[in-house]
Design a protein around this ligand. Structure first.
Ligand code: 5GP
Ligand code: MN
Ligand code: MN
Length: 315
């Protein structure tokens, strides 16, 4: 890990051409936080860097207007691309995966694409890896750089509640706090949702269903509910049903049905996602079931979950 990360730091320090920083589609706090943090560090180094990302509403307080770059269809010759938190090249959005590609990610299912791939599933967040990279770049830490990096760690650890919260994660977070991050203000802002979200929550909760004697809890975005953008974390709401070991939230989109999967108790959300053509981490994973409607997607999900529950000895 350190050898590869040092190589990435050396390459980035030596680069004279443009550096594009991009992340995955449907970016979460880690995607936005890790990419914006690295972008700010590279700008501090005087690099010609471009941050190509489209954050969801709840993260739009992080970047300043002038930090956004438009998506590009073709990278200039000699460009470097840093893909962050992107489990597959096809999940990178806003830029083509070309030029000299550096892949920094913590998804075990990452196929290690790119010219340099630093993939470490033992890391809680890609932002934790970016923290190491920024240290190696020798950039002076400021609250501006530390805030998005800590954001990635906060969101991917569920505010230090998930099993990926190791002593090392807390040490890194403590160090970042020391650079002047306003923690209470940051966590508050990360939880802000528009009034429409709370109305939507009511509609989503009315779709909650239990399967396999309550081992699986599901919910979906009702088709007439709108506000897809506000549906980012409903799976986080239903996953706390007592007695459940898997929760799945489904939402219909143009290209198919996007499913978010969470698990505990020896059940792997990752296994379920892989069966559905997606990927992710053992406790949190996702997939998009292309060309299916909601009913068909439910069927596929129930099959895949049943198989995993059997493997884990629940059925
Ligand atoms: P979420 O349910 O929050 O969208 O995603 C949970 C985790 O699974 C995240 O780490 C996310 O990157 C990953 N993930 C979600 N959808 C997909 C997918 O379609 N393919 C892959 N490989 N990973 C996914
Ligand atoms: Mn992510
Ligand atoms: Mn992540």
């Amino acid at each position: 890990y350190w050898e590869k990360m040092r190589l990435v730091a050396e390459v980035l320090k030596a680069v004279e051409g443009p550096i594009y920083i991009a992340t995955h589609v449907d970016p979460d706090g880690d995607a936005i936080g890790s990419s914006l943090g690295l972008y700010r560090a590279l700008k501090a180094l005087g690099k010609e860097a471009y941050w190509v990302a489209d954050p969801p509403r709840f993260l739009r307080f992080l970047p300043k207007e002038e930090e956004y770059s438009d998506p590009v269809e073709k990278l200039p010759v000699g460009a470097t691309l840093v893909a962050l938190d992107s489990a597959e090249p096809s999940r990178v959005v806003g830029v083509p995966v070309e030029g000299f590609v550096i892949n920094i990610d913590h998804h075990g299912t990452n196929p290690r694409f790119g010219h340099i791939a630093v993939v470490d599933p033992s890391k809680a967040a890609t932002a934790q890896m970016v923290k190491d990279l920024i240290d190696l770049l020798g950039v002076e830490w400021t609250a501006e750089i530390a805030t998005p990096v800590l954001t990635g760690i906060l969101t991917d650890t569920g505010n230090f509640r998930f099993a990926n919260t190791t002593p090392e994660v807390l040490r890194v977070a403590a160090e970042l706090l020391g650079y002047g991050v306003k923690l209470a203000e940051l966590t508050d802002r990360l939880q802000f949702r528009p009034p429409s979200y709370f109305r939507l929550m009511g509609k989503v909760l009315s779709t909650v269903a239990f399967h396999f004697g309550g081992l699986l809890v599901t919910a979906h975005l009702p088709e007439d509910a709108g506000a897809e953008e506000d549906s980012d974390d409903f799976v986080g709401l239903i996953r706390y049903v007592e007695g459940s070991v898997v929760s799945v939230f489904l939402r219909k989109r143009e290209e198919g049905v996007k499913v978010s999967i969470r698990s505990r108790g020896g059940v792997s959300a990752q296994n379920i996602a892989l069966k559905l053509g997606g990927g992710g981490h053992v406790p949190a994973a996702g997939a998009t079931l292309k060309g299916l409607d909601l009913d068909q997607a439910y069927e596929r999900v129930l099959e895949a979950v049943a198989e995993e529950l059997r493997r884990a000895g629940y059925l």
